[in-house]
Design a protein around this ligand. Sequence first.
Ligand SMILES: [Mn+2]
Length: 386
Amino acid sequence: MTLKRLTLSCASIAIFAFSVSARNIVFPPIAGVNGLIGSDTQAALSSDNAPLHIGLKFQGLTTFANLPYVFCLSEEQNIESYDIAFLGAPFDTGVTGRPGARFGPRGIRQGSHRMSPEAGYNIYAGSNAFLDWAKIVDCGDVPLTVLDNTYALKQLDRAHKVVSGRTANSTEKSSVPRIITLGGDHTTTLSALRSTFDNWDKVSVIHFDSHLDTWRPDVLGGGISDYAGVNHGTFLHIAHEEGLIHNNSVHAGVRAPLFSRRDLKNDVRCGFDIITAREIDRIGVHGIIERLKSRVEGSKVYITVDIDVLDPAYAPATGTAEVGGWSTRELLSILDGLEGLDIIGADVVEVSPAYDNAGETTVLAAAEVAHSLMTLMVQKPVKAST
Ligand SMILES: [Mn+2]
């Protein structure tokens, strides 16, 4: 045997010996795991008894915050009851800018995939809103046609009525379920307000948005047709015309350009006050909270969050981005500061995941906004007035 051959065979014996011993590595017992102090937790584990209850954030189908799915749109009356329902509205054919918000509901759910009731303790609220009195579920998305806006909005109107038309789970705290809609373009809020009117009568709207969304249909829609006039920039004008909202509503974070001063006059006529984006530099987060609370005092409140209220640095994935907006932290602090209001419905809209980045900046922000809205609803139970 040559020296070279001898060296090679020695090397292969060494590799063989190493791989055999690698299979036999036994880790020392870990003290304190699942209360098994002092026992051999490693030896007991096999594929027959490997625990399947660990890793709840990555199992099952994607619901908002890994909440249970309930088929709330069922024609059956006897389904599992709930107090707060997440409901997707995949509709984006009422936009004037970039489309794509029909994928918003699944984007927001993806952004929420690390949230779960089991690990839902909120350090700011000092509680776990998932495990409080309210039974919270995800109802999935409403089936909406993508080819006819009028038809789709009628579908969404009906879905809101069905989902909020059931008896709540915790009847000592609530009477009918409250809905948090995951949009969808902003037109979808019109269906939600039609539904809240049935259960809670007129409401005041706190509208987080860079735009007014009270444009007259003949201004934003061009007077072409009634069909064109119902869109994501006119729905608050229509809600006012339909008598769904009080005249003490308010926009927050406004900064987008207008057609003319007449837009502002029409905005006042529709019942809105304006807090611009830059006012936060003058009065701060607490000043914004105080103005919002005093504006809607004494009313039932609907909160709608157009994700474009955030600066595009924090929410690039939206249809009509406007620079100079609030940060995610500022918006979350303002939302959390609204604790105590009678919030009867809410939504996060205009999330258009195709324009998001690899870090999922927008859907993460939208999911946390939805979590804040849910927390506000848990903190203040509201019974329907009818
Ligand atoms: Mn909007």
